[in-house]
Design a protein around this ligand. Sequence first.
Ligand code: FDA
Length: 339
Amino acid sequence: MFQETLFFLSESTTARRLVTRAPISRQLAERFVAGETLDEAVAVARTCNEHGLSVSLDYLGEEVTRREEVEHAVEMAIRTLDRIAEEGLNANISLKPTQFGLTIDEALCRDSVERVLVRARELGDREDEIFVRLDMESAEYTERTVALVEALWEAGHRNVGTVLQSCLYRTPDDLRRLMRLGSRIRLVKGAYREPPTVAYPDKKDVDRRFLDQTRLLLREGNYPAIATHDVEMINATRRFAFEHGISKDSFEFQMLYGVRRDLQHRLREEGYRVRVYIPFGEQWYPYLMRRLAERPANLFFITGSILKESPVPWLARPMAIGAGAVAGALMALTWKRRS
Ligand code: FDA
């Protein structure tokens, strides 16, 4: 129920207005978002690199409806690539097709992504162009995103790939399509609320598919990214790679900024490649809501620790009231919608 609430809220504009204005929400966001500016994201990326972790920088934004917003997204992606090159970061970028105009006009989206790919190629060296990952959004966009990657490969771009979600029934077909192409795939369980007509409702089924698809990618994929914080999935991946003589540098684990940092470091120390996904920017609301929906306990855990960490004891009580108000408002909004 609470998870449903958070999923619903991630799509609600009223809730977005309410939550983004509340100071406590910004503190919640800080746990999962590197900051609102590129400078802040670069600082976090540098620290990750110093610890042997590569990164993927994501300028937040999605479902844009105006061409100016698409232009802004292109400019920010190019600025991010330029900073990666200037600072010599071990980094690539992730972007969302609907931030690049997928819902406005597919040709606009393709042209905009191509501009980014061209810049990424210019900045990298021939062996190692900067890679651009198209995040996978809700199932409504899956076909268009996979088709976009195919079209970009056909046009000669090799530094682009996307993400497949094990929760979707269609994923085995998409895996075949993208593996035939040779593009890199990031495998995830799936972060969007999907109906049972398109996705497995039971988590056990999703986990089983995730493992099968991981094994297929390890055997036959092109430098796959296994993106999960699930220790069971991670251990099974390590076991399978070991038993089949798959080298540690032929795939990477990916995890989100702010989630299971202990595990990120442990895997790195064991010699695995680990990439941290670092979101930044002002449009953090839907991203934050998806992170909370994945693990509703986060909301209570984080508000609790914000209160504990509060440097001014007399501030703790108003902050607790603020946190309670945000949580209460969230619940009320959903209840209103349901009733
Ligand atoms: P699962 O949800 O089973 O969680 C396993 C354990 O991980 C939990 O018990 C908890 O300990 C920890 N954990 C998981 N999520 C947490 C959270 N938010 N906060 C704290 N702890 C948490 N999805 C998508 O649809 N399209 C995409 O493009 C991407 N991209 C992407 C990139 C990267 C690098 C990652 C790691 C994930 C994504 N995702 C995604 C999100 C993905 O689909 C999925 O929702 C989350 O990774 C959570 O699922 P897990 O595989 O971690 O397992």
